[in-house]
Design a protein around this ligand. Structure first.
Ligand code: ZN
Length: 129
């Protein structure tokens, strides 16, 4: 059987290599550009989805409505609602303090939480100089 996307484990390592140490978020389209022929679209979707399910990556919609993936860095427990600051210019991501428990409790009382991360977007100090 020919598997154009490569083995799942290989795909995960290839994809994770891009995220780890960069502190940036990437959209599916951006990852396709970076990976080129190394993975097909469907395999990449599946790999990203697996990594999110495993709590290794987080995903969230940016202000343009594009799904962004970023390294969870051990902050993807069920409860923590952990906002991040994202620079729209250099795309660096910095974790912000977790929201207080009262806030979390109120959210959980409203329904089942599926995406517990969000970005506060702007221009970082470095880029604004
Ligand atoms: Zn910046």
């Amino acid at each position: 059987m020919v598997n154009k996307g490569g083995r799942p484990t290989t795909n995960r390592i290839t994809v994770l290599d891009i995220f780890i140490g960069k502190g940036k978020s990437f959209s599916h389209a951006r990852l396709m550009t970076i990976l080129g022929q190394n993975i097909n679209r469907v395999s990449l979707y599946r790999t990203l989805s697996d990594l999110v399910d495993a709590g290794i990556l987080n995903r969230t919609m940016d202000s343009n409505g594009v799904l962004q993936y970023y390294f969870a860095n051990g902050q993807s427990d069920n409860l923590p609602l952990n906002p991040h600051f994202k620079c729209k210019n250099c795309e660096q991501i910095k974790a912000l303090p977790m929201l207080p428990a009262a806030y979390l409790n109120q959210i959980l009382s409203l329904g089942h939480v599926e995406n517990t991360s969000f970005f506060i977007e702007g221009i970082c100090m470095k880029c604004s100089k």
